[in-house]
Every structure is written in structure tokens, then in C-alpha cells.
Write a protein that binds this ligand. Structure first.
Ligand code: ZN
Ligand code: ZN
Ligand code: ZN
Ligand code: ZN
Length: 221
């Protein structure tokens, strides 16, 4: 039996041996995030839902390493993907909250997150990467990313897929408001797909030019 007793092991977040400190997110049913940290231009919030894989700095750094060489695709290009993860990606894009906003999505083709496949309390799992040579204890998790464009900026969802279940590990929010008079395409940085003019507000309206700098005439070489 691979179950390891984990009571009496200090909580990985609040270090309390039994139970949790009042400030610990483990005991707070309202808490959505384990912690929020600065990233370039915004913040990364590590979710409680993904805490099994992210309670320690070492684990979070494993996640960062696993997301280091994402291959990026744009939904507008209708990329042909293998059934796995194509079906999953398609299902996400069909959710209105994601599909309407996704500028690009990423798949990590060569790196996996190695996580302990154990029965521990997720707040007290003492299986550390050094243990991870035991093949019975290691599970390989795929990582996907969805980059969503909103009027105020970009949200990136980092999703772990165990093959059985999927969970958002972290959500990055970067402030970058869509400048005025940018088409949907240029707002998503699909500049090559921009028609050059804005959709008129009414049938009789005129098409205003898209103000994205990609339409500026290029000077002759
Ligand atoms: Zn705790
Ligand atoms: Zn464990
Ligand atoms: Zn553009
Ligand atoms: Zn444009």
C-alpha cells in the first residue's frame, strides 16, 4: 500500500503540525488562491484547486520548467491536432467563457510535470522530487495553456491534465488594455488576419480603419 501517513507532518503552506493556521488557505472554503506572485506586467495566482501540485516552491518551479517550451496555436488557424489533446482543446474552446476570448493556446510537447501519485493529504504530502525515481510513485502530467484576451489585458490559464482529470494550476493576469479602434484580430495579435477596418456599429455605418501599428506603411528597404 502506497498510502503514507501524513498526519503530524507540518502543513506545507502554514507549517502547522496538526490542523492549519487561521491564515492558511487550506481551511478557508472561500479561498481561491494559494498565493499570488508578481510576473512581468501582472500577477500569477496559484489556485487552491491545483494545490496538490503546487504547495511548495520546488513544485511551483517544476511547473515553471514544464511550461518552458510550449508550442502555441491560434484557434483562427484551425490547427489539426491529434485526438489527444485535440478533443480536450476543442471542448475548452467550445465553452463560451473561453472560446470567445482565446487568442492562442499552448501544448507542452516535450516536457511533462512529474508529480507524486500518492494518497497523501495534499497539504502535507512529503513526497519530494528526490523520491521521484520510484516509477510506482511518479505520474506524468501534461500541461496546456489558454491565453484569453479581455479589454483590460490578458489572462493565461495553465492547466494540468492527468489523463483522468484536469485542473487549472495557475492563472496569469497581465494588464494591457486593448487600444482604441483595434479590430478583434489585432487586439488578439492576429495582425495577419485583420481586415484593416473596424466592423461598423450599424448597417449604415462606415468602416473606420484599424489603428493597430501593423497597418502603418513600411518604409522601403
Ligand atoms: Zn496549513
Ligand atoms: Zn504524497
Ligand atoms: Zn495589428
Ligand atoms: Zn488591424
Amino acid at each position: 500500500m502506497r498510502h503514507s501517513p501524513s498526519s503530524g507532518t507540518p502543513c506545507l503552506v502554514c507549517a502547522t503540525p496538526i490542523g492549519h493556521a487561521p491564515t492558511c488557505p487550506a481551511d478557508n472554503p472561500e479561498a481561491l488562491y494559494l498565493l499570488t506572485e508578481p510576473i512581468d506586467g501582472g500577477t500569477r495566482s496559484w489556485t487552491i484547486a491545483g494545490a496538490r501540485y503546487t504547495t511548495t516552491e520546488q513544485r511551483r518551479s517544476d511547473v515553471r520548467a514544464a511550461t518552458g517550451d510550449m508550442r502555441w496555436f491560434r484557434p483562427i488557424d484551425e490547427p489539426q491536432l491529434p485526438m489527444s489533446p485535440g478533443l480536450f482543446i476543442q471542448a475548452v474552446l467550445e465553452e463560451p467563457s473561453f472560446g470567445r476570448h482565446t487568442a492562442r493556446f499552448g501544448i507542452s510537447p516535450t516536457r511533462w510535470l512529474r508529480v507524486p501519485d500518492c494518497q497523501c493529504d495534499r497539504w502535507r504530502c512529503h513526497h519530494m522530487p528526490a523520491d521521484m525515481t520510484d516509477p510506482d510513485l511518479v505520474m506524468q502530467v501534461s500541461i496546456y495553456a489558454f491565453v484569453l484576451r479581455f479589454s483590460k489585458g490578458w489572462d493565461t490559464y495553465w492547466i494540468a491534465d492527468t489523463g483522468v482529470s484536469r485542473v487549472a494550476l495557475a492563472i496569469d493576469s497581465v494588464d494591457d488594455p486593448i487600444p482604441v479602434a483595434h479590430t478583434k484580430a489585432c487586439a488578439r495579435r492576429w495582425c495577419d488576419k485583420c481586415p484593416g477596418t473596424m466592423k461598423p456599429r450599424s448597417d449604415a455605418g462606415v468602416r473606420e480603419p484599424c489603428a493597430c501599428t501593423c497597418h502603418l506603411p513600411t518604409s522601403p528597404a
